[in-house]
Design a binder for this molecule. Sequence first.
Ligand code: SF4
Length: 303
Amino acid sequence: MQISINEIELYMNCPRAYKLRYHDCIEAKKKNLSLCKSNAIQRVVQQIHGGILENVKAEDIELFCENIWQEEITNTDQEELDTIVIQEKPATSKKEATPAITKGQRALENLKTWAVHYAELEKEAQVIYSDVPFEDTIGDTTFTGTISQIRKHPQEGWQVIVFNSCSQLPGFAYLKRNFSISLYAHALWQGLLEVNGEKISIGEIPAVYLYYFPNLELYKKSNGKSQKGDLKGDPCIPVHRSKADLLQFEYEILYVASGIQLGFYPMNVSRPGGCELCHFSHGCHEVTIDNAVKNSLELVESK
Ligand code: SF4
């Protein structure tokens, strides 16, 4: 049996959504803004390391972001793009009027900020592979997927970088158990990477980092801990996996694979944002909308 990490993630979010997608063949709803942001920043990062944006000015990177953004938002929910997140402000005796800002405009501004600061901070990074497909056989199941970035560090050795552009940093427990992160580490240790049409083995457990793009934004005001203009945080968050973690993970992912194999599809909504963020809710008869999360729909990545 072969299962992709996207299938595993969807099954983990809600097994019924997996059934709707892969069993009932229901098409996903239009791309949401979170997915556009995630796709766009990954494409920009690829170009930065591919050399196209090397030694260019911030304005060029911003222009490049705008072009990529226009491509990514084709076929996106226009209503979501046009939703106003900051109301316009009328002029006062001291300040000029400021126009309203939509979700789409704010997302593009974030993208530009992330790209410019990423290019500055990561120009020395030794990126060995980008968007590299892998396969990893555990028990009788082969898991497949794509690792966004693999680096080699002079002291630490192999590093897997997992990009994240959610507006809220996932919690520690989530990161510690996240199946995608574990599978990427496992794939470098036990699986095969596909590079230029050849399958290669690394055979080592890598260091793993979540690269959290919103930490590349700057504080607009000083506060007790930070000064105006400081980065919001270190974007590189360690999420390493030990050998013991990965051996435990082998059992866990095989439980999930057997659930899929047996057609076990309960409605078990485990993702923050729940049914509201489900791409298959239009085919589900049991959608439950939680108004508390209605205004926080960018909490979770969809990729
Ligand atoms: S709408 Fe809710 S219950 Fe239905 S498949 Fe999606 S997440 Fe699961």
